[in-house]
Write a protein that binds this ligand. Structure first.
Ligand SMILES: *Cc1c(COP(=O)(O)O)cnc(C)c1O
Length: 560
């Protein structure tokens, strides 16, 4: 075990395999892709997260589109190795035992990166405490704070118990793990044989911590009433340092991360700017997200890259040479990926989608600001476009958080529109969106659609997966697309002059205009030019919006 100069990467969710329900969406997939890139680049990193024995949830949709949720059953032992180490944390005055399980991610040239999954489901713990690592984003604030104690404080203690004595950086992927700073301060205080925290302790901890924020709205940030914190975490002297811990009677996990990190970043250039306004007084840099290329490229495109760009898995930058791949081969690979997707869709839904029909894809967390139903605003206009310009079919997927009523209604509205569009435009909504469905969809559709309400999409990564598979984006200018967009070259913008993405009626009109006058004519009547856009999506965006580039930036700017 390499225990020197380690970087500890903490995340409430990490998506490692589709069959391990230890993630809910973008944050967890990013964490998994980050770890895979670290392994490829031989960066001495270890991941820390919770086990989530019951997962996020399994999504079922009834015939009307109502979502219901079930716990996910999975056999932990089939994926993870239990380790003998045990640590304890104190929650509501009880000592809670924590164990951990290891998963090893192996890089492209064999370098291992371990990921440790913390688990309190042990016979010595009370029935309640045994459930604390069961549900990802389940339960109330008390449950969530307990989980964050296990992740942040338990996580640091577990790393020490495993022998990691010289960790040079602690990277908090979002505020859920910010309590790790508390444990690091306690370590400083203990080492100095003192009782109280000094400015030197704070400086020493800050020097070792890195914080990445992912949320552009204040309401999205984790915060807990101090009264609850008192009850669950217990009274601690460090809370007397109001400059570090307290904001108006609340413990705000983002401010905690900000106050105790020497480097803070947002996840796209625009998001860095938005965060700087949100958290005035802090220096917030940006490192734009990426995706792990070898994970998200479909097998037909893997074969194509292996042939024309050998070494692309070790060196994602070399994907810039994609422009020289013969177009007929690109089209063949795309059709193969499209067939894989349509076979899956037709088997699951009996929709009879047609490989010759231009296929739009949209898969995201079902929540109001993502505006999944924007495309379906004017059914008659859409029907007209399909009848006169070229046929269309649409594939949707996405889970709504169990408590997000608005999100659930978005799914319902898509189901209603689906009925009204029959038989002219086929619309399907795939159940239980996960990494496997995400991979099939981003590789197999012809155009990747994205219509969030700016500036709420911090980055977005599914469009990057699409780009790596030669699938251009048709997207509102928000998040990463502001950086990846070159009109008509890498894809297309939605919004008046490509700018105004927030006024709904204008966005809708722009979306229909682009489809009718630009995208569909290119797809059906100028296939060569459509293929050029596909190639530029790979060469300009696939070669850049990947986690190899992203990790190199973290190494240069944040870690060393
Ligand atoms: C990639 C991915 C996401 C994140 O995509 P966004 O574009 O950020 O919405 C979410 N969920 C799954 C299953 C994914 O594969």
């Amino acid at each position: 075990m390499n225990t020197h100069d380690t970087i500890a990467y903490f995340s409430m969710e990490i998506g490692l395999e589709p069959a391990m329900p230890t993630y809910s969406g973008g944050l967890g997939v990013l964490a998994g892709d980050t770890i895979r890139a670290a392994a490829d680049l031989k960066i001495p990193l270890v991941g820390v997260t919770l086990l989530h024995r019951k997962g996020y949830f399994y999504q079922r949709l009834d015939a009307q589109g109502w979502q219901s949720e079930e716990p996910v059953e999975w056999v932990v032992e089939d994926f993870l190795t239990e380790l003998p180490a045990r640590v304890t944390v104190t929650i509501e005055g009880r000592r809670v035992q924590v164990r951990c399980w290891r998963y090893t991610v192996t890089g492209v040239s064999g370098f291992p990166v371990p990921v440790y999954f913390l688990d309190t489901d042990l016979p010595d713990n009370t029935e309640w405490d045994r459930t604390l690592t069961h549900f990802l984003y389940g339960g109330d604030q008390r449950y969530r704070l307990s989980q964050e104690i296990i992740l942040g404080i338990g996580g640091v203690r577990m790393l020490r118990a495993l022998g990691y004595s010289s960790i040079i950086r602690f990277h908090m992927n979002e505020g859920h793990s910010s309590l790790l700073t508390l444990e690091l301060l306690d370590e400083e205080v203990r080492a100095a044989g003192r009782q109280t925290v000094t400015d030197d302790d704070i400086a020493a901890v800050r020097q070792r911590c890195v914080f990445t924020t992912h949320t552009p709205v204040p309401a999205g940030h984790d915060q807990f009433p101090l009264e609850l914190v008192d009850r669950v975490l217990g009274r601690r002297e460090v809370f007397d340092r109001r400059d570090v811990f307290c904001c108006e009677g609340l413990l705000n996990m983002t401010y905690l991360g900000l106050n105790l990190s020497h480097y803070v970043n947002g996840v796209a250039k625009k998001h860095g700017e938005v965060s700087s306004h949100l958290f005035a007084g802090y220096v917030i840099d940006s490192i734009t997200n990426g995706v792990h290329a070898a994970t998200w490229v479909s097998s037909p495109f893997q074969a194509l890259y292996d042939r024309y760009i050998p070494g692309w898995k070790q060196d994602n930058f070399s994907l810039r040479y994609a422009l020289s791949i013969p177009k007929p081969h690109v089209w063949q690979a795309h059709l193969q990926a499209k067939r894989h997707l349509l076979e899956y869709v037709n088997r699951e839904t009996n929709a009879g989608l047609d490989v010759d029909v231009c296929t739009l894809g949209f898969a995201r967390r079902a929540t109001v600001y993502k505006r999944a139903d924007l495309l379906l605003t004017d059914i008659e206009r859409l029907r007209h476009i399909a009848a006169h310009t070229g046929p269309l079919q649409i594939i949707y997927a996405g889970k709504a958080h169990p408590q997000d009523q608005g999100g659930k209604e978005v799914i319902r509205r898509i189901f209603q529109a689906k009925e009204r569009l029959k038989p002219d435009i086929k619309v399907v909504y795939l159940q239980n969106y996960d990494m496997a469905v995400g991979k099939l969809m981003t590789a197999g559709v012809d155009v990747w659609l994205n219509t969030p309400q700016p500036p709420l999409e911090a980055s977005g990564t599914s469009g990057m997966k699409a780009a790596l598979n030669g699938v251009p984006s048709l997207s509102v200018l928000d998040g990463w697309w502001i950086e990846g967009w070159i009109e008509g070259v890498t894809g297309w913008a939605i919004g008046e002059d490509g700018r105004d993405g927030s006024e709904r009626s204008k966005v809708v009109a722009s979306l229909y205009d682009k489809l009718e006058h630009v995208v569909l004519p290119l797809f059906y009547r100028e296939r060569e030019r459509f293929l050029e856009v596909m190639l530029h999506a790979i060469a300009l965006n696939g070669s850049f919006f990947n986690t190899h580039r992203m990790m190199q930036q973290y190494v240069l700017k944040a870690y060393f």
